[in-house]
Design a protein around this ligand. Structure first.
Ligand SMILES: [Zn+2]
Length: 478
């Protein structure tokens, strides 16, 4: 395998050379395909699909193919240039859109077990009457295990291949994501108040260091450090979290300026708005993923840009909790790497990224009173290559390109909402939902085919979710 891979990459270099500067190719022959006569061995060949590469030039091939060897894409292009492949597995993608897997840049996977709890309440009532008591009484490794498994099942079925998580018992989150075959950036939440797993920030930091040491060489799991927010973490907790993240060169994740009250609180406490306060601590850096950034000033946007902070935009959660509308256009104009997130299912209420893309595009059109803002292609880019850039992984994720990791989804282009198809990007963004995702390949492995998730036992999952729902309901009655 190793020798074969090296051989493939040599060819890849040869093929890639002429590609770097050319215009989008549609149905034309191009420089990616191998010599027509030589037979090439690969592990997986996806053929005859509508291939949307989502690379920076939006190359597309209709119909096209993608060849995968090991966990990498080794060739792609129009069918006319397929050449001769010997693949151990071939997927006929006729009638399907072949595109990069979606990157969910912010969620709390185990909170799927609190989906719908206390819905339609004001934020503080929702937190104090439902979420905090439910968490205090129920968050155990058992709940985290089944909540994560449920989240992974839903995410795989709706086209997400990479997610960024922050919660408690993250070792359990990592274990479940790994077993489900999902790629995840997983951060243990650190805060000054007692959490379900660690009772002090010191305990949380010790837990996080062990967690990083255990997972940092894993091919699917990237451990991270996740101080919750500047209103729940002291200066000391924030800086020690940052120090730990930098020591091991892992991502740093936090919530930033989600609500107007948070901004008032930090302004009163420290005399600065949240991002300016974090900047004064030296906390802003390029490995930071900042979730929400709703209430943020133009000066703070410049600070995020200056330090190349990745922003996770969560429009559905921000709308449901009435937090506000993040200044997405300003982020994009400033050149800040922005990805899309669902946030936890407790405040969304699902993890369907295709639905979130639709919401994002429409929300900002109406907010700016400009239907030309956020065309479908751009909306889809934010959920793929944009998300990969926001989590500092655009070198190997977010688009279908030779040499990148093989995280690929196939979406049915024959479902009723997909036809007639004048514009494939518009159809994906405004018409199709996660339920049209047919196949998911993560790190070169098929994890769902024909909508059957191959890595999770659904019957067992349903049984345990029902048991935990009874437990959560009873705990809130006491
Ligand atoms: Zn969150």
């Amino acid at each position: 395998m190793r020798l074969r891979l090296l051989f493939c990459f040599c060819l890849v270099c040869t093929w890639l050379g002429p590609l770097s500067n050319h215009r989008p190719l549609q149905g034309r022959s191009q420089a990616l395909s191998p010599a027509q006569s030589s037979v090439r061995n690969v592990d997986l060949l996806i053929r005859d699909g509508i291939v949307l590469t989502m690379d920076s030039d939006f190359h597309e091939f209709q119909p096209g193919f993608v060849a995968v060897d090991g966990n990498r894409i080794v060739a792609l292009g129009p069918m006319a240039r397929l050449g001769k492949y010997k693949a151990s597995q071939t997927i006929n993608a006729s009638g399907k859109i072949v595109m990069p897997g979606l990157v969910n840049t912010h969620t709390h996977a185990p909170m799927t077990l609190f989906r719908g709890l206390g819905g339609d309440s004001p934020l503080m009532d929702w937190l104090r009457q439902y979420i905090f008591p439910a968490e205090a009484k129920n968050v155990t490794p058992d709940l985290v295990k089944w909540g994560t498994q449920l989240a992974c099942y839903e995410m795989i079925q709706s086209g997400t291949t990479t997610f960024v998580d922050m919660y408690y018992f993250e070792d359990q989150v990592a274990t479940e994501a790994r077993a489900a075959g999902m790629r995840a950036i997983v951060g243990e939440t650190i805060l000054d108040m007692p959490a379900p797993d660690n009772k002090t920030p010191e305990e949380a930091l010790t837990y996080t260091q062990r967690f990083i040491e255990r997972w940092r060489r894993d091919p699917l799991i990237t451990p991270a450090v996740a101080p919750h927010a500047s209103y729940t973490c002291s200066k000391k907790t924030l800086l020690e979290s940052q120090k730990l993240a930098n020591q091991f060169q892992v991502p740093l994740i936090t919530h930033l300026s989600e609500t107007e009250d948070e901004v008032k609180d930090i302004l009163q406490k420290y005399g600065k708005t949240p991002a300016a306060y974090l900047d004064s601590l030296g906390f802003l850096q390029d490995s930071l993923i900042a979730a929400h950034c709703v209430w943020i000033t133009d000066e703070e946007i410049s600070l995020l840009k200056k330090h190349n902070v990745g922003v996770s935009h969560n429009p559905e959660s921000n709308m449901k909790l009435a937090s506000g509308v993040a200044p997405l256009k300003k982020f994009l104009d400033a050149g800040i790497p922005v990805g899309l997130g669902t946030d936890g299912a407790a405040s969304n209420n699902n993890l369907d990224m295709l639905e979130a893309i639709d919401t994002m595009a429409k929300l900002h059109k109406v907010w700016l009173k400009d239907p030309t803002f956020m065309p479908a292609k751009e909306a889809l880019r934010i959920a793929t290559l944009g998300g990969a850039a926001a989590v500092d992984r655009s070198r190997d994720l977010g688009s279908l390109e030779v040499g990148k990791l093989a995280d690929i989804i196939l979406v049915r282009a024959t479902d009723a909402p997909a036809i007639p198809m004048y514009d494939v990007y518009g159809q994906l963004v405004y018409s199709l939902k996660g339920c049209s995702v047919d196949t998911s390949i993560i790190n070169g492995k098929i994890v769902m085919q024909g909508r059957s998730v191959l890595t999770i036992n659904l019957e067992m999952l349903r049984k345990n979710v029902a048991r935990l729902q009874r437990q959560v309901s009873e705990s809130l009655r006491k």
